[in-house]
Ligand binder design. Sequence first.
Ligand code: HEC
Length: 138
Amino acid sequence: MHYLKTLAIAVATVSALPAVAAESTFEAVKISAGETLFETECRRCHSPDADKESYGPPLENIVGRAAGMSPDYDYSTALEASGIVWTPAALRAWMEDNDGFMPGTKMRHVGIEDRTVQDFILAYLASITTVDNSAVSK
Ligand code: HEC
């Protein structure tokens, strides 16, 4: 009896959760899937931590930032002169066909065409972007 009452309360609580909670669950799932994909597709060249060097530039705070802004990284001329901002759309194009998108880049072709995979990696990159880049990107 007591158990049933507890269950009833639990069910009532769950169904009363606002849509926001469900949304944040989806977001958390996307971020964690994105982290796993980042580990397999990007991590061998990119640190997610701006203080840690990697073969490619670290990707902390990359979403919304102008290209070529990592202070200690020796970028290709193509990337440095590109003048692009890493919007979600630009990051998608980059994941899909980076050397087609920016001829002359020294990042070797990755070719992630699956939009869901791009979505997950984007969610993860957004989660490690904790600063507002709007000022940097103008
Ligand atoms: C084999 C190594 C390698 C892999 C794998 C790789 N990258 Fe890169 N990436 C690089 C290098 C090298 C650069 C610098 C390119 C240049 O200067 O032209 C770069 C540059 C970038 C930049 C530009 C950063 C800036 O500061 O402007 C982004 C964004 C990026 N990579 C995202 C990714 C993502 C997302 C993945 C995984 C889907 C990935 N890269 C996989 C080597 C790699």
